[in-house]
Ligand binder design. Structure first.
Ligand code: ZN
Length: 135
């Protein structure tokens, strides 16, 4: 799969469009599929199962996403759609080999947030900091 800066630019433009329309058209879905391949299907499955939660700290408004994995253990990954995920694939495929643009959890978080398919959770900033300290 291509992972050039051109591809990243296409992805970023596309996400901006999706974010502003709050929906995903069939054409956009095809492009997403081109960009992310099988990870897109996995991501939409996670979104459909309600696996994305946005956790916001109060009062700072800083936030992160918790995304449920697909394994039987249903573990949750802490995910920043643009730059980080705590899953193994993020470390192995993206940081080490830079073969993909991002992992399925990041795609799921972006998709869910764009179309409003995520749950919102509010916690104190202390609690959020504690979650981040475990990264
Ligand atoms: Zn991940």
């Amino acid at each position: 799969m291509a992972s050039t800066s051109a591809t990243a630019a296409v992805a970023s433009t596309l996400w901006n469009q999706i974010n502003s329309s709050r929906s995903v058209s069939d054409d956009q879905l095809s492009i997403l599929h081109f960009l992310y391949g099988k990870n897109l299907e996995r991501a939409t499955r996670i979104v459909d199962q309600g696996g994305v939660r946005k956790v916001s700290g109060f009062p700072s408004g800083r936030f992160l996403f918790l995304v449920v994995g697909e394994s039987k253990r249903k573990e949750e990954y802490i995910c920043f759609p643009e730059h980080h995920c705590t899953c193994y694939s993020f470390f192995y495929d993206i940081v080490n080999r830079s073969e993909q643009l991002c992992c399925k959890h990041q795609i799921a978080a972006r998709l869910a947030e764009a179309v409003g398919a995520h749950d919102e959770v509010s916690v104190s900033d202390e609690h959020l900091a504690l979650m981040l300290s475990k990264l």
